[in-house]
Design a protein around this ligand. Sequence first.
Ligand code: ZN
Length: 244
Amino acid sequence: MRTAFISDIHANLDALETVLADIGRQETDRIVCLGDIVGYGPEPNPCVARVREVSKVTVVGNHDYAALGRIDTLGFNEYARAAAEWTASALDKDSIEFLGSLPLKTVLDGMHLVHASPLDPERWTYILSYQEAKRQLAAFPEQICFVGHSHLPIVVEEEGDEIRALPFSSDIPVRIHKDRRYLVNVGSVGQPRDRDPRCGYAWYDDEARAVMLRRLEYPIANVQKKIIDAGLPPFLAQRLADGV
Ligand code: ZN
């Protein structure tokens, strides 16, 4: 079974459609969404509707929570806060209903799925060190966990007491060993932050035992114009071109 993982779409419909078209060409069997469908970008409702249509399983992200008013945005920077307020006022009834129905985490065929971190998912921890990765790997019993949140794609492999980051670059499959455990960050569809502005997603093939990161060009200028036209902070348009 080949599962595609989309995460951190952030209301960027152009990036989402680009990714979905590629998923259609990659012989995937199903799509999982790891949250942050909205926030930052100019088209929250169409993105929620598309995810609702194509995703088999979806978990909620912190920006989805913020748009629903479930967390306060004091911990957000000024751009994220402005975008969260804009998004909260833009969401329609169907989007609110769908986002409000999503779980914080779930398990699908032995894959642990959560937006930020398996340990205390509502704390929205960023997994940015080996120490944190080790703590998080101890927090779920399955062999493999897929996350988003940092917008930085990475595969962390645990073999006994050893832990390492595996090179995870576009179009080179990473091998998944039966007797090792994994934490995979699938990257971001709508706002990559690894200085590569191309939109990204990942797929996992549990028979081939491979994880693949895909990166694709998409019409960034279209989204930038929509961000400006919507009255969102211009910085949010600029950062898409910079991949930060
Ligand atoms: Zn995000």
